[in-house]
Design a protein around this ligand. Structure first.
Ligand code: ADP
Ligand code: MG
Length: 264
């Protein structure tokens, strides 16, 4: 079953067509990679799917539900969460508090919390317990009370993932989660993303330049170049696709070497 369906999706900026009539579907329970050289339109496509940007044309569906015209918070409520290419955490808050901000999109009595009414204590206790579970899942239990801004870079990325999970999403969009990570952090991230799919049944749409990670993790790939979809298929199919090889070699891009071996 397709959890996310993108049809004819287009976004123009003045004269530039950043995303150009793109079609693809993400099957439930899979990790789907969205790759392409810098400027290919990947982040713009994420902004269209999450509702931050309005499309010039085309449609986006989550399961059977059309998302067109819905504000980002309504898409979150329907089960769509994301992380950002440039980390967005609350640096001055603790790690635990950051995760709790994600939970609040799902708490029943937001007003109760604001007014500190009856039920506030119980609900806050539950929220804390849940946030701690999520931190354990991403391997950040020890850092729960640290100031988020003091975390090493790779840990901040994992914190963003924990906060995205707090919304109880069905689909998580991850924009370059391995960017800036060292090899050990990247390896840990690979394991974490696998567990999200295999243990939690989550569906992931992943933008990532780390090709060994992409090739070993993704079930399917869609490749963009200059806003257009140039290939779609399994990692093996995409890697052998002439248009993909040409797009990457043509840019002289340092970020992708399609022939690099996969990590385990
Ligand atoms: N808000 C914007 N205004 C004008 N041009 C933009 C805007 N956002 C992105 N672009 C342009 O759209 C193209 C695709 O950008 P982007 O989606 O960020 O690519 P990617 O994430 O694949 O590197 C680029 O040429 C970029 O300069
Ligand atoms: Mg980008």
């Amino acid at each position: 079953m397709a959890l996310l369906t993108v049809q004819g999706l287009t976004r123009r900026f003045q004269g530039l067509v950043a995303v150009d009539s793109v079609d693809f579907a993400v099957q439930a329970g899979t990790v789907h990679g969205l790759i392409g050289p810098n400027g290919a339109g990947k982040t713009t496509l994420f902004n269209l799917v999450s509702g931050v940007l309005a499309p010039s044309a085309g449609s986006v569906r989550l399961g059977d539900q059309p998302l067109d015209g819905l504000a980002p918070y309504r898409r979150t409520a329907l089960g769509l969460a994301r992380t950002f290419q440039n980390i967005r955490i609350f640096s001055e808050m603790t790690v635990l508090e950051n995760v709790m901000t994600g939970l609040h999109t799902r708490l029943s009595s937001t007003w109760g919390i604001l007014l500190r009414g009856p039920g506030f204590r119980a609900e806050e206790r539950q929220a804390k317990a849940k946030a701690r579970d999520l931190l354990a899942f991403v391997g950040l239990s020890e850092a729960a009370n640290a100031r988020a801004g003091d975390l090493p870079y790779g840990d901040q990325r994992r914190l963003e993932i924990a906060r995205a999970l707090a919304c109880e999403p069905r689909l998580v969009l991850l924009d370059e989660p391995a960017a800036g990570m060292n090899p050990a952090e990247t390896h840990a991230l690979l394991g974490l993303l696998r567990r999200l799919r295999d243990e939690r049944g989550l569906t992931l749409l992943l933008v990532e330049h780390d090709m060994p990670l992409v090739m070993s993790l993704c079930d399917r790939l869609t490749v963009l170049n200059f806003g257009r979809r140039i290939a779609d298929g399994t990692p093996a199919e995409v890697r052998a696709h002439p248009a993909v090889i040409e797009a990457y070699l043509g840019t002289g891009s340092h970020e992708v070497s399609v022939s690099r071996g996969a990590v385990s």
